[in-house]
Design a protein around this ligand. Sequence first.
Ligand code: CP3
Length: 343
Amino acid sequence: MWDRFLRACRREPVDATPVWFMRQAGRYMPEYRALRAKYTLLELCKNPELATEVTLQPVKAHRVDAAILFADILLPLEPMGAPFEFAKGEGPVIHSPVRDRAAVDKLRVIEPEDGLGYVLRAIESIKKELAGKTPLIGFAGAPFTLASYLIEGGKSSNYALTKRMMYNEPETWHALMEKFSEVVRRYLHAQIKAGADAVQLFDSWVGSLSPTDYEEYILPHVQHILLDVAKAGVPVIHFGTDTATLLELQKRGGGSVIGVDWRTPLDQAIARLGDDVAVQGNLDPLLLNAPRELLTRRVDDILRRAGGRAGHIFNLGHGILPETPPDAVKFVVDLVHERTKRS
Ligand code: CP3
């Protein structure tokens, strides 16, 4: 069934539980490493033909039920006026971190065609290759997660500079959030127009905030994006990690599917979220490195907690790690399909 992923997002009956993985294309795959030996990550992202090839690698290798666009959440930073690079072993490095009102005021609220056209061309090319056999997920980073990189200058363990701006200069903070939320709103609409069958908002690091701060500093900006993107009529997945105390607020933020990490048992997440959204998750990525017997028990446990519910998309609680054996990924795809097959 080509659309079992989309049907599950809409909480419609499916022939088997759909499964895909965050970071399903990447360094754990020998096919990906072979391309990365020749091109940088940004070169892969900026070349629609190469981005298409990488996007399709896990679809071909593991028969996942959805493809995810090969790109990165940080790509909008460059046309907005904050260039960066992926430094070897260090992750992203933003050349001039944004830490005051003057720097926020200089950021451009771009149109996606103006600076991110290569992503839209990649979507068109991937759609052609998928030929209606597998749906394509587009994505963007959420304002908090993007701001954390822009302000800290790279990855961070405690988000000290980010929270300093949030608490001490709330007007600067909200000005930055407004710029990001408008760019992301336009960008997701443009991806859908280019052919994305669903989109995911990655708020990977928002779990570092309390519910009170989420409501005050994040919620209005996420709503600006997601309540509007909902009008495009495609499934919208709203994802974060460490969100055990935030799930209800994330639901208010928007999205027809809520991504749940492994720290919250899936049945508890479902009970709290209610019947009017689907859920995605939530295997600990490191279980892919565990013995098969344990991996099998943990997959079965998630399926039991999902209780045969129509609105469940199987995924990890966060992205696949580079040390993951590819055959474990294939094993989970086949196991989920086999266990949930309805004739
Ligand atoms: O999921 C996919 O297969 C699609 C591609 C994708 C990438 N990044 C490619 C990538 C997606 C969806 C992302 C999202 C992304 N990027 C997030 C949100 C998801 C998450 O993991 O929380 C974040 C926070 C980023 C920012 C980012 N990009 C960091 C922190 C790093 C360096 C850390 C690392 O893993 O090395 C990247 C680099 C990156 N983006 C890689 C890939 C495949 C690493 C591989 C490489 O260097 O070739």
